[in-house]
Design a protein around this ligand. Structure first.
Ligand SMILES: NC(=O)C1=CN([C@@H]2O[C@H](COP(=O)(O)OP(=O)(O)OC[C@H]3O[C@@H](n4cnc5c(N)ncnc54)[C@H](OP(=O)(O)O)[C@@H]3O)[C@@H](O)[C@H]2O)C=CC1
Ligand SMILES: CC(=O)[C@@H](O)[C@H](O)COP(=O)(O)O
Ligand SMILES: [Mn+2]
Length: 395
């Protein structure tokens, strides 16, 4: 059944990997969706092209300088697009009464305020920006509860888990769920000699075996901090206790996660590793629409492998579990330390193996406080970033 009015969609982070995949899916369904706003930080030329193609009502960039650049690129073109800038602009296009759906696909803590603005305004929020949920946990969930916004997971594993659970599902036990099996590929260094890991380069770390993604999440996959963040994300999204979630390494990224039921059933969601599937699923939920992703051919695929994670090789998994156990602002500090350490690695200032070591030092020194509101989240985030810079400076 086609909705009579197209849904109006804001795509936060439209120039990124998830943003581009989202626009690909939206463009396949012009009767269903119209694009309200597109946003970027520094890829202004790409954003200008997207504005020409999709004619959004608003385009938002991070700075006045970026806005001037975009104005110049679009000068003389007959577009309905108004250009805004900064966090206020992002929050405006996330919460405007004319918006139905917000794709939250900014990377990192920078996405928190606009994503929260969408949640507080009661939008249908498609959550790719896992860092926003991890860093703000209880504050994010409270805002969701108070506004009645609909949150749909885009992260492939969480989207898979969502698909394997009955809907609605507010309590795993009542639904007969025993475990969530969170799958992870193990990244590009799953089998690399441990002694070599200190010298791997940013480009090697970003060469994910199965997924094409932005550089920050690619490094997270290589350290398996991505799975650590996803473990926390799963606890929050599905109201799961830490012991209800097992991480399973699955190198082919075909099974996107599984739910184990009391009666011995293990439900899996499978598909080719292409984010347009979870994006299309969440956009149209509970309907199903074409995503452009070809059907999975199991005969060609041939085999699916599973193994336990190597926690010696990937200490970030343990650090994430410890942060979740500590509670309060510990996940905020974990996320902040990780963002700063990954940036230092990408800039060639930190060895790959030191990412986890730096985060561990920060976690040992950061004070976990209760997250009473957005101010407390942002203060804990700032303190952890300052602490991480000091740890980096002392190396
Ligand atoms: N890529 C994937 O397959 C998956 C991604 N995710 C999650 O989705 C999110 C996006 O990831 P991905 O698309 O790979 O990342 P990218 O780096 O490819 O894209 C990030 C987007 O955010 C924008 N952006 C970055 N920093 C800021 C800032 N400070 N203020 C405003 N906008 C900013 C970028 O703008 P610009 O282009 O101008 O720099 C870009 O549009 C992450 O949280 C990631 O963990 C989750 C599952 C899968
Ligand atoms: C596509 C997606 O959801 C990523 O988060 C992906 O899971 C990364 O791969 P890893 O399983 O290697 O972390
Ligand atoms: Mn994922």
């Amino acid at each position: 059944m086609q909705p009579t009015q197209p849904q109006s969609v804001t795509v936060l982070g439209s120039t990124g990997s998830i943003g581009v995949s989202t626009l690909d899916v939206l463009a396949r369904h012009p009767q269903r969706y119209s694009i309200y706003a597109l946003t970027a930080r520094e890829r202004i030329a790409e954003l200008a092209q997207q504005c020409r193609r999709f004619s959004p009502r608003f385009a938002v960039v991070a700075s006045e300088q970026g806005a001037a650049e975009l104005r110049e690129l679009l000068a003389g073109e007959d577009l309905p697009t108004e250009i805004l800038c900064g966090v206020d602009g992002l929050c405006q296009v996330s919460s405007d009464s004319q918006v139905d759906t917000v794709m939250a696909a900014i990377v990192g803590a920078a996405g928190l305020r606009p994503t929260l603005a969408a949640v507080e305004a009661g939008k249908k929020v498609l959550l790719a920006n896992k860092e926003a949920l991890v860093m703000a946990g209880p504050v994010f969930l409270r805002a969701l509860f108070n506004s009645g916004a609909q949150l749909l997971p885009i992260d492939s594993e969480h989207n898979a888990i969502f698909q394997c659970l009955p809907q609605p599902c507010s309590n795993l036990g009542d639904a007969g769920v025993e475990k969530i099996l969170l799958t992870g590929s193990g990244g590009p260094f799953r089998t690399r000699a441990v002694n070599d890991l200190h010298r791997v380069t940013p480009d090697e770390a970003c060469a994910h075996p199965n997924w094409s993604m932005g550089r920050k999440i690619s490094v997270d996959s290589a350290t398996m901090m991505n799975k650590g963040l996803e473990f926390i994300e799963a606890c929050l999204l599905f109201n799961a206790r830490p012991e209800q979630i097992d991480v399973v390494v699955h190198p082919q990224s075909i099974v996107h996660s599984m739910v184990q039921y009391r009666d011995g059933s293990l439900l899996a969601q499978m598909g080719n590793p292409d984010m347009r599937t979870p994006i299309a699923h969440a956009l149209a939920f509970p309907e199903r629409i074409d995503s452009g992703v070809p059907a999975l051919d199991l005969i060609t695929q041939g085999r699916l492998d599973f193994e336990a994670p190597d926690t010696q090789r990937f200490p970030c998994l343990r650090l994430a579990r410890e942060a979740m156990d500590a509670g309060g602002s510990a996940p905020t500090a974990l996320n902040a330390a990780n963002e700063v350490a990954v940036e230092a690695f990408l800039q060639g200032r930190l060895a790959f193996t030191s990412i986890a070591a730096v985060i561990e030092q920060v976690m040992n020194r950061a004070q976990a406080v209760e997250l009473t509101g957005l101010d407390a989240v942002e203060t804990a985030d700032r303190h952890a970033r300052e602490l991480t810079q000091r740890v980096l400076g002392a190396l």
